[in-house]
Design a binder for this molecule. Sequence first.
Ligand code: SF4
Length: 321
Amino acid sequence: MPVLEVENLKKHFPVQRGLLRRTVAKVKAVDGVSFSIRPGETLCLVGESGCGKSTVGKLALRLIEPTEGSIRIGGEEVTRLSGGEMRAYRRRIQMVFQDPYASLNPRLKAGQIVGEPLENYSDASGSEQEQTIAALFEKVGLRPDAMRRYPFEFSGGQRQRLGIARALALNPAVIVADEPVSALDVSVQAQVLNLLMDLQEELGLAYLFVSHDLGVVEHIGHRIAVMYLGQIVELADKDALFADPQHPYTQALISAAPLPDPRARRERIVLEGDVPSPMRPPSGCRFHTRCPFSFDRCFVEEPRLKPSREDGRLVACHLRD
Ligand code: SF4
């Protein structure tokens, strides 16, 4: 059974102008996104900046309210939870932030930072909390005596380990990780990704992993959802997606990603034009203004995300009908 299910999720931000703050347009940041994640699984959301992937993460965490759609965790609808019920929800879904330099309060000691969620959400006594915090430090590969140090005394990778320990403090079922290694040196990125993978195996965590970096996604993902202008255009198992991308946008993204072997070459598909504004997405297929294969139907009819092959992948493209 999926631990997180998202159905037809939408977030339209109003654009307001004038003294009376009249709504003159809407930015369709997320426009009908559906997926589910099983325990122990990593679903990666990828796409160019502005495609809506981070907004999906914020919606799942309920940091912002959806315009429409459903979010279920453990089968329970969470979009209508009240204040008290939200407390229980917050325990089940946690976040690892992008920038470990900006997300840790510099005035708090590391032990206080990791223990903050326990302070806010747990009834454990002070000494029980201290034991839990020490165990969390060990779980993420930090020595428990580091609890008394301040964030500036840690390296970037160690700070992200602190962020992960804090996310684990309440035993969540799901972690939303938004570009969690993009601020780190390449040499440290693999260590943090491997830590996340080890923790997933040990604790059965589900990850919603947001990234623009296909190399990172290939390392950590089980399934990949490719987003373009607020919608998923292809959702497939990682190996199938990288070996044989089906949507023209996925093909272009993968063709532009660096290969692990610098001597290897592949033909790069260069997309013409810029990403259109999410305020006025193109008619029909949103990708038609940049797609090298567009034809008459693409200008008028929006392709639905539907099964394209027996491998279970979903693709939104008329060519795959
Ligand atoms: Fe290209 Fe048409 Fe497929 Fe859209 S539906 S990706 S424009 S071929």
